[in-house]
Design a protein around this ligand. Sequence first.
Ligand code: 3H9
Length: 698
Amino acid sequence: MSEVVKLERHDNIAVVTVNSPPVNALSAAVRGGIFDCIKSAIDDAQVQGIVLTCAGRTFIAGADITEFGKPPKPPGLAEVLSLMESSPKPIVAAIHGTALGGGLEVALACHYRVATKDAKLGLPEVKLGLLPGAGGTQRLPRAVGPELAVKMIVGGDPIGADAALKAGLIDEIVEGPASGGEAFARKVVAEKRPLRKLRDDDSKLAAAKADRSIFTNAVAALTKKSRGLEAPFAAADAVGAAIDLPFDEGLKKEREGFLKLMNGEQSKAQRYAFFAGREAAKISGVPEGTKGRNVARVAILGAGTMGGGIAMSFANAGIPVTLIETGEEQLKRGMGIMQKNYEATAARGGIPADAPAKRMALINGVVGIENIGDADLVIEAVFETMAVKKEVFGKLDQYAKPGAVLASNTSYLNIDEIAQSTKRPQDVLGMHFFSPANVMKLCEIVRADKTAPDALVTAVSIARKIAKVPAVVGVCDGFVGNRMLAQRGKQSEKLLFEGALPQQVDAVVTKFGMPMGPFAMGDLAGLDIGWRSRKDRGIKSEIADALCEAGRFGQKTGKGYYKYEQGSRAALPDPEVEKLIDETLARLGRKKRVVSDDEILERMMYPMINEGAKILAEGIAARPSDIDVVWLYGYGWPIYRGGPMFWADTVGLKHIADRLAFYARETNDPSLEPAPLLKKLADEGKTFASLAAASKAA
Ligand code: 3H9
C-alpha cells in the first residue's frame, strides 16, 4: 500500500516494515505509510498484535532532517504516534541498528520494545541544535527515569541494548528484529499482556518529583560545557516539564521548545554542519565507483605526540598498528604515554576497564622502518622538515609492500615534493591529523598531483572508519586550516602593536565561541618554536621575540603571553607583559590607540574568510562546506555558527569585503584587500553557499 512501508499478516500478527534507505528517516512518505499500515492492521479483525520493524541497515534513524525548515507535509509525526499509542492492539517496536531521534520516539509510543544486541538507542537532537519534538522528552523520563533521560537528551549520546534493557527502555534482547519482534508480539497476545502506555505511567518520576535536585544536579553537570548553545538548556527544560506537568501539558511545552529551536539560527547552522560533514566524504574529481584499497594493518612512523595519538585512533577502531621508532628509548616513552593516556580515560569511566589492555595489544611497537612490510597504509609522523620527510619516503619505497598507501602527517609541507622522493607517487598523499590526534576529529586528506583516485578513496574511507571527519584538500602551504589560521595570527600580532592586549584579543575570540584565543593557543603550543623558525629565516616579530628573549616560552615555562600558576593551565593576565609591550612600542616609536572589540572580531575573522575565498578560487578546497568542516572539527569553531564560510554568509559578503578594504587602507596592509572571488560574490549580492562545487582535479 506504500512504496516505503509495507504491511504483512502472519496469522494474527501484523508486521509493518519500513523500507526507506539509507536510514529509514521519517519522511512524509514514511509517516504516511506507517499511519496507513497501522490503521489497516487495527481495522483488520484477524490481527491481534502488531510489530513495527525496519528493513536495511537500521531502525528509523530520526526525522528526515532535509524536511526541516520547509512547509510541513501531513501527517505530522504526533498524529502518527497518537494513533499508535491509542491502538487497541499491542504494538511492538523491533529495533536493530540505530533507533535515533524521531525513530526512538516512534518506539516509545509503542506498547513494547525489543532490540538486537548491537542496537543503539538515543535522542541526539541536541547535536542538531534541537530537542526531541515528538514526545521524547516526556516519554523517555517515564521509561527510564529523569536522570538517565536527561543524560541521553541533553548529552545526546545513544545507549546500547544491554543498558537499555537494564534501564527498562526495552523489554527483551532478540536475535533478529523481525523474527524476534514477531515472537515477542505472540507472547504479548498469548499472555494477554496490558497495553502499556508510557504517557500513563508516572511511577519513575516519583523520586524526582519528591526531590528535584536529582534532576537539577544532572542538568548542571551536563550543561557545564554547553557555553553559547541554546538546545541543551531548552532540552533540559522540556525534560523538567515531564516532572512538573501532566503529560499533555509537557508535550505542549516540548513542541513550543522544538519549534523555536528549529526556526532559530543555531539549529540551522548545526543541521548545515551535519550535512557538510557527510558531503566532505564525497570526493570530487574521482571516477564514479572507484573502490578503495583494503586496509587490514597500518604502520605509523614516529611514536611522538602525533604518531602516538594516530596509533590510538586506529586501535580504538580495532585496527592493528605497527608503531615504529628509531630507537628503544623513544619507543618505550611513546608506548608508555599511550598506556597512561588509556588508563586515565578508563579511570574517568570514558572507556571500559579492560579497554586499555585490549587496545594496547593492537599496537605493536617496534624499532626500524624495515618492519613496515605488512602494512596496507603507512602514515609518517616524523620530524617536520622536508629533508627528513624525503629521506623517510625514499626508504618507504624500499620497504613498503606494493600498493600500500603512503601518507604524510605533515601540517604544511609540499606533498608533491615529498612524493618525488619515491618511485610510486601515485600512492602518496597527506593525512593531516590534528593534535591531540586521538581526540580531534578532523583529518585533512591532502591530494597531491599524482595521487591515484583509489589511494584517495582509501584514505577518506579509513578516516571515517576511525571516526574522523575527512576533508579533501589540495597542496599549498598549511593546507586549508593552518593557511587560514596564519592570517588570523598575523592580525592578532598586529593588534598588539596598535594598542590591544593579548587578554582582550583572546576574550573577543572566546566570546565568539572558539575554545581558545590566539595568544593562549600560542602559549599552549610553545612560543619558542616560532621564535626559532623566525631566527632561521631572519624574520623579526618584536613583541613575540622580546617575550622569548625574556625566557617566556608559554605554558611550559609558566610564562608567555600570560602567566601560569604551578600545575595550572589557567592563563592569567600579566602586568609584566603589558609593560613589555609598552616598552617595545615606545622603542619602535609606535602610538597606542583604543582598539574596540568589534574591530578585533572583524580583524580576527574576516581575513580568514578572505583566505578561504582564495582557497576556493584555487581549488584547494572543493566546496565552502569543506572549509567549514576543517574549522568545525580541527579548530573548535562553534558548531552553532556553522563554520567560517557559513558564518560569513550570515554576516553578508558585501559587509565583509567592505570592512576588509577599509582595514587594508587604514592599517596599510595590502594583504587585507578583498580576494577577487569574495569581491565578485559581494558585488553580485551572492553567498558562498551559492557556489557550485569545484575541485582542483575536476
Ligand atoms: C529528529 O528526529 C527530530 C524529532 O525529534 C522530532 C520530529 C518532529 N534525515 O551518516 P551516514 C543521510 S532530528 C535525512 O553517512 P552512517 C545522510 O545525510 C533527527 N538524511 O551513515 C547520508 O546521506 P548521503 C535525529 C539522513 O552509517 C546517509 O543518510 N536523528 C538522516 O555513518 C547516510 O548517513 C539524528 O540526528 C536524517 N535523519 O550513520 C540521526 N540521517 O549518503 C542522524 C542520515 O546522501 N544520523 N541521513 O550522504 C546519524 O547520526 C547517522 O546518519 C546514522 C548512520 C548513525 C544514522
